[in-house]
Design a protein around this ligand. Structure first.
Ligand SMILES: Nc1ncnc2c1ncn2[C@@H]1O[C@H](COP(=O)(O)OP(=O)(O)OP(=O)(O)O)[C@@H](O)[C@H]1O
Ligand SMILES: [Mg+2]
Length: 228
């Protein structure tokens, strides 16, 4: 589902953020990306949805070679990948319902289908009753659940998340993880950068550790691995 071959990324300021990455992630896998601050986790994630372009190598997602992807096709790629961030990134002036419906309106789904699908995903994150609220009226955990609902409304095959529990308290973080596990159980491939040792060591998944832009460990059912 995701393949990187000899991927390099040097930012314009000269920082070598990715330094020869080779990786294969199969459909349906759940992968944690761990490593110290500045190791290159976010860069790794951003390259998967073409927020950043590699300066060398190839990235293929679900058969699409991102290096060869024309700029005008990037929105189509983004629609096939669900993205979740640490800071939710909801549109503040839109209701919960509208935030989630937005991605479907862009692709001109029928109003009936939009309503059905939006209510389905709001139900999955257990926030149907907040559909008419504004994001500012929700807790951080609730906002993250909406952001997850929004990311899966298009039924993407791949979901990538950059520290999705980074701004949440421990209890809320576990709730969010259980939603990610449900989504993964339905077949969606998940790649998640995280600093959350407890979660990585408890909900065992494949662990890829990055340091100085290189993969230094790739372990099935791995540990977080860094000293507290
Ligand atoms: N837009 C950018 N321009 C220049 N350098 C950047 C840019 N983004 C990141 N970097 C640098 O690239 C390296 C990797 O950064 P990245 O954000 O990928 O690390 P990270 O592993 O996500 O760190 P953290 O755990 O703190 O989020 C760092 O040295 C960072 O300073
Ligand atoms: Mg980061």
């Amino acid at each position: 589902m995701i393949e990187m071959q000899d991927v390099y990324k040097k930012y314009p300021n000269g920082v070598q953020a990715m330094d020869g990455i080779n990786i294969k992630i199969k459909a349906g896998e759940f992968v944690y990306v761990v490593g110290p601050s500045g190791a290159g986790k976010s860069t790794f994630i951003k390259m998967m949805y073409r927020e950043e372009k590699p300066t060398g190598g190839d990235i293929v997602i679900d058969g699409v070679n991102l290096s060869k992807l024309k700029e005008k096709k990037v929105p189509i790629l983004r629609r096939s990948i669900g993205v979740v961030f640490q800071d939710f990134k909801l549109l503040p002036q839109l209701t919960v319902y509208e935030n989630v419906a937005f991605a479907l309106e862009v692709i001109e789904e029928s109003p009936k289908n939009i309503k059905k699908r939006v209510m389905e995903v709001l139900d999955l994150v257990k926030l149907k009753h907040k559909a008419r609220h504004l994001p500012s009226e929700l807790s951080g955990g609730e906002q993250q659940r909406i952001s997850i609902a929004r990311s899966i409304v298009n039924k993407p095959k791949v979901m990538i998340a950059d520290e999705p529990t980074g701004n949440l308290d421990p209890d809320t973080s576990w709730e969010i993880m259980s939603i990610f596990e449900d989504i993964n159980a339905q077949g969606t491939t998940i790649v998640m950068a995280t600093h959350n040792r407890e979660i990585v060591n408890t909900i065992k998944k494949r662990v890829i550790a990055i340091e100085h832009g290189k993969i230094v460990r790739d372990q099935a059912e791995g540990d977080y691995g860094y000293e507290a």
